[in-house]
Design a protein around this ligand. Structure first.
Ligand code: HEM
Ligand SMILES: *[C@@H]1O[C@H](CO)[C@@H](O)[C@H](O)[C@H]1NC(C)=O
Ligand SMILES: *[C@@H]1O[C@H](CO)[C@@H](O)[C@H](O)[C@H]1NC(C)=O
Ligand SMILES: *[C@@H]1O[C@H](CO)[C@@H](O)[C@H](O)[C@H]1NC(C)=O
Length: 520
């Protein structure tokens, strides 16, 4: 009996040992282990230190970046080696490269929904689509989008007014997505889905469901693997949401095709007056061709989904943290309000023109500083297809390069006193190295929606500060910013944000504020 047990134990031990040796060999660990980094444990790598908890994960990565002095470091988890990029020079080498553009983990969790959409695509498909879509964000088209933002943010102010009337605190992070979903759905598909007053389209809950599933998957030890995932209720939820989104989009596409035909006839007539019909992003996809062929339904579904996802979750995150910061920094809020008064005079409730948005210089600094502390996309990842020299080291094929946008923004060498909210710092900054600050990434795979996003942030925040005074959850709270690298800086207040990484940056305990209507 004892011999059998001993035999089993020995076999198990030998098998794990062989597996671990193989994994180390396959990932080129002999090269990576020459770099600094946390102690790597047998089988588990660094998974135990990182945890599968979105808050702890983010904290640990930020602490290690600090510990390794914002230079290259490596770590190891789930059979995957990571090189952490926290330094502007290396970020430049990676992000400016036209070769290091390959995305795999964790983008693969989006494939069931976003497929080969721009965010998750690779190779030739990505390049062709990037070229095709770039004109959709042309200056002239942004003006059409401004109209949607004008109208939606007016409705959003009405919604916020209900909260201001009640005077209680509420979770702004949850409420703001309604506005960002309305804007992006109308901009992308040309149809209002009305998430603000109460959804008039099944698209809204379907988007919420599928985002939910993708977030959970990344932090699940088992559901990361398709093998386990397909047996879960989360999988069924994902498939149900996908079916709804496909059905709705195909109905919308049919209607748009008819409309485009009519509009083409109309533009031919009104061409000499210079009038251009309003175009949604979808219309461009419906009329576009790649290598002489129109896009398939699957192509269009993936691109529209990509824009709906990237375009609402990111802006909601940034709007949420900006409002939170303003609630804790009344002097900065007041200066922003004075700037609005100077622009709008006594007509404070109207829409801003394109020019006026450009004139909001101080608001621009606020948004930059807010994205530095709370970048909507805290990490991006590139996977090496072959052994490459990065920052002076040979890095093996298969390694994931984790570009830590959030730690680039809080590197004290680039931003002294990084945990202070000081919009003015961007006034005097020497911007000779654009890779020091990359909330929208940089280089060939940067954010294609950057101008759209900045316009939406400005339109929304500008209206909020003209309509309301933003107050902290309760009186007498601190700045609400904590230093993750300082062990003495514990978050004791329930209203101070606890950051979590869900691909986009979220506050785990919400972003509670109060609003007081401004009386003119
Ligand atoms: C505050 C708002 C936003 C932030 C901070 C942001 C940030 C980013 C970042 C960091 C990336 C690089 C992702 C990666 O390398 O994996 C990215 C890519 C992208 N963003 Fe944004 N984004 C924002 C808003 C938007 C909006 C409003 C849209 C659409 C209208 C959009 C569409 C995209 C797309 C399609 C890509 C993929 C580009 C490519 O790979 O070629 N983003 N964004
Ligand atoms: C948004 O509102 C402003 C101010 O009324 C106006 O100048 C601008 O043209 C509007 N934008 C669109 C596209 O309707
Ligand atoms: C802002 O613009 C939208 C769309 O152009 C319009 O419907 C709305 O009435 C405008 N709001 C104000 C307060 O003028
Ligand atoms: C900005 O930094 C670059 C490189 O460090 C330097 O060459 C340049 O003189 C600086 N410019 C200003 C205005 O300080």
């Amino acid at each position: 009996m004892i011999t059998i047990i001993l035999l089993i134990i020995t076999t198990l031990f030998a098998a794990t040992y062989a597996y671990w040796t193989y994994v180390q060999y396959k990932t080129g660990w002999h090269l990576l282990k020459q770099l600094p980094g946390p102690k790597v444990y047998w089988i588990f790598g660094n998974i135990l230190q990182l945890g599968l908890n979105p808050e702890h994960h983010l904290l640990q990565i930020r602490r290690w970046a600090h510990e390794y002095n914002y230079e290259l470091s490596r770590m190891y988890g789930g059979g995957q080696a990571y090189l952490m990029v926290t330094n502007p020079k290396v970020a430049e080498q990676v992000l400016s490269s036209t070769v290091l553009t390959y995305k795999y983990d964790p983008y693969k969790f989006f494939w069931p929904w976003l497929g080969q959409g721009l965010l998750t695509a690779n190779g030739k498909h990505w390049l062709n689509h990037r070229k095709m879509i770039t004109p959709s964000f042309h200056f002239a088209i942004l003006q059409d989008f401004l109209k949607i933002m004008n109208e939606t943010t007016d409705r959003f102010m009405e919604l916020l007014n209900n909260y201001a009337t009640k005077k209680d605190m509420f979770d702004f992070q949850e409420v703001v997505t309604r506005s960002t979903i309305d804007i992006i759905c109308e901009a992308a598909m040309g149809v209002p889905v009305n998430a603000i007053q109460g959804p008039t389209s099944p698209i809204v809950p379907a988007i919420a469901d599928i985002c939910d599933v993708m977030r959970q998957r990344i932090f699940s030890a088992f559901n990361r693997f398709d093998f386990f995932f397909v047996w879960t209720s989360a999988y069924r939820k994902q498939e149900k949401a996908l079916a709804i989104l496909r059905k709705e989009l195909s109905a919308i596409i049919d209607k748009r095709r008819v409309l485009i035909k009519k509009q083409e006839a109309a533009t031919l007539k009104t061409d000499d007056t210079g009038k251009r019909p309003k175009m949604a992003f979808l219309d461009n996809l419906l009329t576009a061709e790649v290598e002489g062929k129109p896009l398939t339904f699957q192509d269009i579904f993936e691109e529209v989904s990509t824009f709906v996802f990237e375009g609402h979750d990111t802006t909601a995150s940034s709007l949420g943290f900006t409002v939170y910061l303003l609630s804790r920094h009344p002097h900065i809020q007041d200066r922003a309000f004075q700037e609005q008064l100077a622009i709008f005079g006594n007509d404070v409730k109207r829409n801003a023109t394109f020019q006026e948005l450009n004139d909001m210089k101080y608001l621009d600094l606020i948004l930059k500083e807010s994205l530095r502390l709370y970048p909507s996309v805290p990490f991006i990842v590139r996977t090496l297809l072959e052994e490459t020299e990065i920052g002076g080291h040979q890095i093996p094929a298969g390694t994931a390069l984790g570009c830590c946008i959030i730690t680039l923004g809080t590197n004290p060498r680039t931003f002294p006193q990084p945990y202070l909210f000081k919009p003015e710092r961007f006034e005097k900054r020497n911007t000779s190295n654009p890779y020091e600050y990359v909330p929208f990434s940089a280089g060939p795979r940067n954010c294609i929606g950057q101008k759209f996003a900045m316009m939406e942030l400005k339109v929304t925040i500008s209206k909020i500060i003209r309509h309301f005074e933003i107050l902290p959850a309760v009186d007498g709270l601190s700045t609400g910013i904590h230093d993750p690298t300082d062990p003495n800086d514990k978050i004791n207040n329930p209203y101070d944000t606890r950051l979590g990484f869900f691909l986009t940056l979220k506050s785990l305990n919400g972003l509670n504020i109060r609003l007081r209507r401004r009386i003119y």
